[in-house]
Design a protein around this ligand. Sequence first.
Ligand SMILES: [Zn+2]
Length: 360
Amino acid sequence: MPEGHTVHRLAAAFDRAFGGQRVRTSSPQGRFSEAAQLDGMVLLGAEAVGKHLFLSVAPARDVDRGSSAVRFVHVHLGLYGSWTFAGDPGFSDAHAIGAPRLRIGEQEEGLDADGSGAADAVGTADWRRLVPRPTVRLRIAGHRGIADLTGPTACEVLDADGRRAVLDRLGPDPLRPDPDGRERRRFVEAVRRSRTTIGALLMNQKVVAGIGNIYRAELLFRARLDPSVPGRDLSAGMCEGMWEDLVALMAYGARTGRIVTTQPEHRAIEARLVERSRGTRQNGDEDPSVVPREESFYVYHRQTLPCRLCGTVVCSADLAGRTVFWCPRCQSVRSRRAAWTREHPAAPWALEPGPRAAAV
Ligand SMILES: [Zn+2]
């Protein structure tokens, strides 16, 4: 499932690709009948909140965004959904977020195993003649390209009240601007009033919107927190530190399309180790200038391998329906008094043009 940083990149890509344009919409699969009502409307803009994408559309370009004539196409990709873009060379270059297959909505694992090889066909100059696969729920066509949506958990048309209802069910999103710290306080309060384990709370989109299994495991490691500690046992300082760390990690992810949580000094591991990040594919894996995925994580999918810091074998277990990974030795913090003590920001690469810049 794409984590929130990918959905924010998607929103930016939609803005650049279709913003202000009159678009054609269709549902080749036939399961999104509202596509016919939207056909010919103007796509005003795109917005990401957590893992939710909203495309606002209106009958004309000059319609006020607060007008009751505005509708919102609400999409949640879920575990299996993806967007595929194709278009003119300029269009493809600008939006090749899912490179090298021009797939937007990269998944944590199994990209090659899902059999959707049709994505290879996109990105050609002949995009106007591309016949959609019969599984395409929604096709959006603009002047310079198309976007095909397949397999989403949600694809619906909402009015302003419907959009608000979705937002009201979501917790704070670390990628949304938070000038007065209100979002951070919402997170801290939601964690500290709960008896639920922090490992489960981080997967609850009402507590924090947009994070998924990779960020959960990595954030807990970076906080040195035991995933089974109840939220209410954590200090406010620890929760604030986690939030700030999450903001930095996800901002880096939104900028680069990649999740990298390791400090440069922790990346090198003994050559005899065979890393297995189990097919966790990320954008730019073929690019030698980026941190390879087998060096990108501390614990995610590193179960049975030695911890990068202490050498203890990394564990895995089911928590809140998804596998959580942790180092039982490093992640021993359980106390209400525990503070976020490590040097912060602990992500110097977040300020650099590329992750490698800090590694050399
Ligand atoms: Zn360790």
